[in-house]
Design a protein around this ligand. Structure first.
Ligand SMILES: Cc1cc2nc3c(=O)[nH]c(=O)nc-3n(C[C@H](O)[C@H](O)[C@H](O)COP(=O)(O)OP(=O)(O)OC[C@H]3O[C@@H](n4cnc5c(N)ncnc54)[C@H](O)[C@@H]3O)c2cc1C
Ligand code: FES
Length: 284
């Protein structure tokens, strides 16, 4: 639900809605994919989101954390969250079982401009856990594939064991409607793909700059270098979108924790175009 949906339902946006964990998949040693289903039918029906938005997930006794939605907006009735075990909340979530109840607030923030991207080529660049919000966009594009031109996905990870959604992406390598290239910093004996930073893949990339939208999500250090490569390909600053993770608490523009200059990442982002990001103090 957007904040306006909270208003329509007469609900307090600080109130977590109960959601049941309906599936848990181990993706890597540190990340699990959770499928959650809101229990209240009215709330479930009002819950519509955009690729790139996030929810605040709460685990009783541990607290609350912002997590990007990984599933496509077209899949209704449930959401998927790819969660890395880092601290109190995510550790408590990793200890939950199927059938357990957690709290959900959201969806919050501004997602990718899906409608504006239609009719264009798409270049998606993800590093590590950055694939979590981009996965929602990839799945959404997949569901409406005929509305897009060439779709290229560049995926970087530190090593093969850290590639998220590896099984799906291994299958996607052979698809003709998506150009997917994976690269790792440090290969192992099983790896027969690219080696090196994700930026290295730009050398052999052909981009039609006027016709292409880019989306980037990954560790903070990655943004500057990937944007540089996109700019070298003459892509417009307002066709390059980045998703920023800033420390967040309320998720609704009240507490001031996620300030970026004069804006708040939780309501004005987390997705910004590069033109906007350049004007945000401390963003890149
Ligand atoms: C919009 C948004 C979307 C996110 N999406 C995802 C997602 O899809 N999957 C996922 O696993 N995580 C995601 N995160 C990150 C997640 O919210 C944090 O890791 C969160 O702190 C986990 O809560 P915790 O209580 O387990 O860890 P904490 O105890 O809060 O923190 C653990 C460690 O991470 C550091 N930390 C906390 N928040 C951040 C941050 N924003 N950036 C850098 N370091 C931080 C802390 O200083 C501490 O060292 C997202 C964050 C934002 C703002
Ligand atoms: S998280 Fe509270 S203002 Fe953004």
């Amino acid at each position: 639900m957007s904040t306006s949906a909270y208003r329509d339902l007469g609900a307090n946006p600080y109130r977590p809605w109960p959601a049941r964990i309906t599936s848990i998949i181990d993706l890597t040693e540190k990340e699990k994919l959770f499928e959650l289903r809101l229990i209240d039918e009215t709330v479930r029906d009002a819950f519509a989101f955009e690729a790139g938005q996030f929810v605040e997930v709460s685990v009783f006794g541990a607290g609350e954390a912002p997590i990007s939605i990984s599933s496509a907006p077209s899949k209704q009735g449930f959401i998927e969250l790819c969660v890395r075990k880092t601290g109190d909340v995510t550790r408590a979530l990793h200890a939950r079982q199927c059938g357990d109840i957690v709290g959900l607030r959201g969806p919050f923030g501004r997602g990718f401009p899906f409608e504006e991207m239609k009719g264009h080529d798409i270049l998606l660049v993800a590093g590590g856990l950055g694939i979590a919000p981009l996965k929602s966009l990839i799945n959404h594009i997949h569901d409406e594939r005929h509305d897009f031109g060439r779709v290229t996905i560049l995926l970087g990870a530190r090593n093969p064991g850290e590639i998220l959604f590896r099984r799906q992406f291994d299958m996607w390598k052979h698809r003709e409607d998506f150009d997917l290239i994976m690269t790792v910093d440090t290969p192992d004996a099983t790896w027969d793909g690219e080696v090196g930073l994700v930026t290295k893949l730009f050398d052999r990339l052909e981009v039609d700059p006027a016709a292409t939208y880019g989306a980037i999500c990954g560790p903070p250090v990655m943004y500057r270098f990937v944007i540089e490569e996109m700019r070298k390909k003459n892509m417009d600053a307002d066709h390059i979108y980045v998703s920023f993770e800033r420390r967040m608490k309320c998720g609704i523009g009240k507490c001031g924790h996620c300030g970026l200059g004069h804006q708040y990442a939780c309501i004005d982002g987390p997705v910004f175009n590069y033109w906007e990001a350049m004007n945000l103090q401390g963003a890149i």
